[in-house]
Every structure is written in structure tokens, then in C-alpha cells.
Design a protein around this ligand. Structure first.
Ligand code: GLV
Length: 304
């Protein structure tokens, strides 16, 4: 049996696999992440990968023995699921364990965008702060405002709970439901939907125009859910007061006009980046690999 991981994990994958399958060969990079192109998958029975790893029919063809792909992420848009299913490969993801971390980060971005934290920090670090001013960097109070949550799964619900505790009114829809009324009614919108053909550019110029002047967009879901050029326009015109972004269409590249927008708070895809969440995500991957290699059905299967 051969297990290949594209990244070093915060758990001892090799020890865990060998505790159950002593003859198994487990290949894990010594540190960091190794792209799939550099890995020999010919003999791999199991693969642990990251959202950075794009897995399509061509990659699957390089791995004729593969039985399971454990994606160390909740989003699985990096994997061609029909191709995996056609190849008889089970794909698993890591839900639940990153829900609180990601919801906390969405709220952090909401605060940061509403209160112009990035602009304030840059002012201070540039040595350009003239001192307290009555009208300096005025933002939007969240209490009493309306948060629109798009995608009302585990993370969307966890964000809604937090927003309620902040005194916000929450309106929510699943991403498959009509979303226009939410754009029109909310002071801030937070995205919590998967990236699918149906949600690609769900936030486009037309929907941004529906938003209230001074609105805020938060995206901790996937960059492809937003038309980034349209968002840059809405920020540049002043129609939107701010955006809090953790994800981008072409990571790690960032749309140049978002990079140039002072009102965009830009994070480097940190939603699940807590020690707690990342350790448990890795553990779910180890559990999935061990389950499949010992003939059990793993939890969190996303292939049909
Ligand atoms: C992170 O973006 C994830 O999908 O887990």
C-alpha cells in the first residue's frame, strides 16, 4: 500500500497509517507543499492533497491504483468529482472542524472592513497619523445593521449566530435560492457557498448595483464566486464602502485594482488557519485514508 501526501501535515500521517498497515509506504514532503507535477502517483493507493492541488482526469490517469483522495479542505472545487467518481476514486473533505475558525474569520473581516482597520494600520505604519481627529476614518457601526448571508450551511449559520450576538439582523439564503432580494436588503453581504458552475460570479456588477450605497462585501468562500473587476469598480465608485476578502479567483494573484483599493481588506486565504482547525482537518484526512485502505467507508465522502 502506498499513501502519498502533497503536504507536510500537523499530524504524523506515516505513524498513523503504519500503526494499522505496518507494510504501508507513506510519502510526505519533509516540509511545506510539493505540487502534484513533481510526485510519482503510479503506485499510490491514497492521496492526501490541498486545495492548491488541481485534480482532473489527467492527474487521475497518472494514478491508476488510486482509491481515495482526502482533500484537506472543505471546498472541493479543485477536484473534478465526476472524473474521480468515473475512475472509482472516493473523494473526502473536512467539514465541521473548520466551521468556527472560518466564521470567526468572516466576522474579523466584517469588523475590519466596516471599521477601516487596514487603512488605519497603514496610516499608523506610514508615520502619517496626525493624531486623533473627530472625522478620521469614520466607518459603519454593525449593531442595528442587516447582514445578508449567502449559503446557509454550517459556516453560514455559524456566521449568522455571531452576527446576531453583535446586534445585527440576519437574512440568509441558500446559494440555489433567489439571492437578489438579499443584495437589495443588506448593509453587508457575506458569502458562504461552494464554488460551482451555478455560483461562479454570483456577485456580479448587476448584483453589486442592487446593494445599498455604503454596503460591504465579505468573501471567505471562493474567489470565483465574485466578479473581481466588478467589485473593484463598485469600490472605486464609492458605491460599496468596503470589502473583506480572504479568497481570490487566481490565488495567489490578486486583481490589481483590488490590490490598489484602500477600502479592500485583503487576507491571504486564512479562513481555517487556526492550529485547532488545521490539526483536525489533517486528522480527518488520515482517518479517511485509513478507513478506505482498511476496507471501511470513510466519513465525509463527497463523490456520488
Ligand atoms: C478552505 O478554503 C477550505 O475549503 O477548506
Amino acid at each position: 500500500m502506498r499513501v502519498v501526501a502533497t503536504a507536510n501535515l500537523p499530524i504524523d500521517l506515516a505513524a498513523q497509517v503504519r500503526a494499522v498497515l505496518p507494510a504501508a509506504r507513506v510519502e510526505v514532503p519533509v516540509a511545506g507543499w510539493t505540487g502534484l507535477a513533481a510526485l510519482d502517483l503510479t503506485a499510490a493507493d491514497a492521496l492526501v492533497c490541498l486545495l492548491l492541488d488541481r485534480i482532473d482526469a489527467a492527474v487521475l490517469a497518472r494514478a491508476p491504483r488510486l482509491r481515495v483522495i482526502a482533500n484537506c479542505a472543505v471546498g472541493v472545487d479543485n477536484i473534478d468529482l465526476p472524473a474521480a467518481a468515473a475512475a472509482g476514486v472516493i473523494v473526502t473533505n473536512t467539514p465541521d472542524v473548520l466551521t468556527e475558525a472560518t466564521a470567526e474569520f468572516a466576522i474579523a473581516l466584517l469588523f475590519a472592513a466596516a471599521r477601516r482597520l487596514g487603512e488605519g494600520e497603514r496610516l499608523v505604519r506610514a508615520g502619517a497619523w496626525p493624531g486623533w481627529r473627530l472625522d478620521q476614518l469614520l466607518g459603519m457601526q454593525l449593531a442595528g445593521k442587516t447582514l445578508g448571508v449567502i449559503g446557509f450551511g454550517r459556516i453560514g449559520q455559524a456566521v449568522a449566530r455571531r452576527a446576531g450576538a453583535l446586534g445585527m439582523r440576519v437574512i440568509a439564503v441558500g446559494s440555489h435560492e433567489p439571492v437578489d432580494p438579499i443584495f437589495a436588503a443588506a448593509d453587508a453581504i457575506s458569502l458562504h457557498c461552494p464554488l460551482t458552475p451555478a455560483t461562479r460570479h454570483l456577485v456580479d456588477a448587476r448584483r453589486l448595483a442592487l446593494m445599498r450605497p455604503g454596503g460591504i462585501l465579505i468573501n471567505t468562500a471562493r474567489g470565483g464566486c465574485v466578479d473581481e473587476a466588478a467589485l473593484a469598480d463598485a469600490l472605486a465608485s464609492g458605491h460599496l464602502a468596503g470589502a473583506g476578502l480572504d479568497v481570490y479567483a487566481h490565488e495567489p494573484a490578486i486583481h490589481p485594482r483590488l490590490l490598489a483599493s484602500p477600502r479592500a481588506v485583503l487576507a491571504p486565504h486564512l479562513g481555517s488557519a487556526t492550529t485547532e482547525a488545521r490539526t483536525q482537518m489533517a486528522q480527518l484526512c488520515a482517518d479517511a485514508v485509513i478507513a478506505v485502505l482498511t476496507g471501511r467507508r470513510p466519513a465525509n465522502v463527497v463523490t456520488r
